[in-house]
Design a protein around this ligand. Structure first.
Ligand code: HAM
Length: 415
């Protein structure tokens, strides 16, 4: 016997019973974003590799290790999109959206691809809902964005959510700060863990996450980037915080919050869900005031986020927070062997009238068909007997009445 196929590592099938929670995440996000003036955009699943190399950043793990890159028949290098922001900014420029009233607010959802080490909550194909507002540097946008994401998570009923907030300032202020931090760490090298010491040049910020007691003592007095922001960036951040406070959004200041993408400037944020363990990030984003220029456009500020649909679905399936149970609906037509043609005709008529309807396709006896009607959650079973006669059974109450199959659509449509 030949070997059976399985899904590629790090990917998964979404089965029908797993769809409702995902559909709810997408529907709630869509409704809230569209009500806030965000227009729906779709961009291609693959783009020129250079778009992501330049947009996401050459030095990021995403570009260095995680992209699914391939050459097409014409020798062009293409990449399955690892995220949406670079693509949305490309579309903004390609369609001259800088001529529209600013900011241009766009949202999308779909599959994204990163060659990461698979584990629970971390996949090589995953789903995001993404929102971007391009063309305004007002702190109102940062606050609106965070409020929208927060309200979506609240409406969905995700429990144990924590919002971490930071500001990265400008690239120049960040570089100067990192130099200062390196010097500070070097001056206390003897008290640091080996691990922190060996990464001091590459990633001095790691030192803030260390458990090592000596390192923790050193870090308690270390300078933070928030203390070193340029005055305009500090003011912008203070404004964003005041707006969040005013709108009742709780957050933890995280001066060491760094995101895995290079384009961020000023505000950055991440939503974590404590029940998810190692892969607890259920969404994140921030401002990217240099990205459009990086992609060849005029200086244009932007701000956005992406929510991780797969992880939110895991969080909702784990906790008590589920959507309301689906009510029974539609009709299951029960028929003996000699009435199966009539059953299909009747089911078709009901479906055309917009009434969910189904019939037995497995040669079950009458009893088996009644069980099936119950199993699929039909509101009614219609038992076809003679030509102009049928019994309509309410599957909730067990109540039965005689009906004429020829007028069933009217019978069911009238209250
Ligand atoms: P990100 O933090 O890389 O940001 O991804 C956002 C969310 O996508 C994460 O919080 C996580 O829930 C989900 N996610 C990311 N990678 C995986 C994976 N391998 N498996 C499952 N879920 C995953 C961005 O992608 C930015 N483009 C967000 C943004 C928009 N910033 C500005 N605008």
């Amino acid at each position: 016997m030949s070997e059976r196929f399985k899904v590629p590592r790090g990917t998964f099938d979404v089965l029908p019973e797993q769809q409702p929670v995902r559909e709810r995440i997408q529907a709630v996000s869509r409704r809230r974003l569209e009500a806030a003036g965000y227009g729906h955009i779709d961009t291609p699943i693959f783009e020129d590799t250079d778009l992501f190399a330049r947009g996401v950043g050459e030095s990021t793990d995403i570009v260095q290790k995680q992209m699914f890159t391939f050459e097409d028949q014409g020798g062009r290098s293409l990449t399955l999109r690892p995220e949406a922001t670079a693509s949305v900014c490309r579309a903004y420029l390609e369609h001259g959206m800088q001529k529209l009233a600013q900011p241009v607010k766009l949202w999308m959802d779909g599959s994204f691809f990163r060659h990461e080490r698979p584990q629970a909550g971390r996949y090589r194909q995953f789903t995001q809902v993404d929102a971007e507002a391009i063309g305004s540097d007002s702190p109102l946008i940062d606050a609106e964005m965070i409020l929208l994401a927060s309200d979506i998570l609240i409406e969905l009923g995700v429990e144990g959510v924590r919002l971490r907030l930071g500001s990265l300032g400008t690239p120049a202020a960040r570089a100067a700060y990192l130099d200062e931090l390196r010097d500070y760490l070097r001056s206390h090298e003897g008290r640091l863990s080996d691990d922190v010491r060996s990464r001091l040049d590459v990633n001095p910020l790691r030192a803030f996450d260390a458990d090592h007691p000596g390192t923790r003592e050193v870090m308690a007095d270390a300078p933070t980037l928030l203390d070193r922001l340029d005055p305009e960036d500090a003011e912008h951040f203070a404004d964003v915080r005041a707006l969040l406070d005013r709108n009742g959004v709780a957050y933890d200041l995280d001066p060491t919050l760094v995101r895995g993408l290079d384009y961020y400037t000023r505000t950055v944020f991440e939503f974590d869900c404590e029940s998810l363990g190692a892969q607890s990030g259920i969404g994140g984003g921030g401002r990217y005031d240099g990205l459009i220029e990086q992609l060849g456009g005029p200086p244009t500020p932007g701000c956005g986020w992406a929510l991780g649909v797969d992880r939110i679905a895991l969080a909702l399936a784990d906790g008590a927070a589920r959507g309301p149970e689906e009510p029974r609906q539609g009709v299951f037509v029960v028929a003996g062997d000699d009435r199966r043609d009539a059953a299909l005709a009747l089911v078709t008529e009901l479906r055309r009238a917009g009434i969910p309807a189904d019939l037995d396709l497995a040669g079950r006896g009458t009893k088996g068909q009644m069980k099936q009607a119950d199993r699929i959650g039909a509101h009614y079973a219609l038992i076809l007997s003679e030509e102009a006669k049928a019994t309509l059974r309410d599957m909730d109450s067990g109540e039965e009445r005689q009906v004429d199959p020829a007028t069933l659509v009217e019978t069911l449509s009238s209250p």
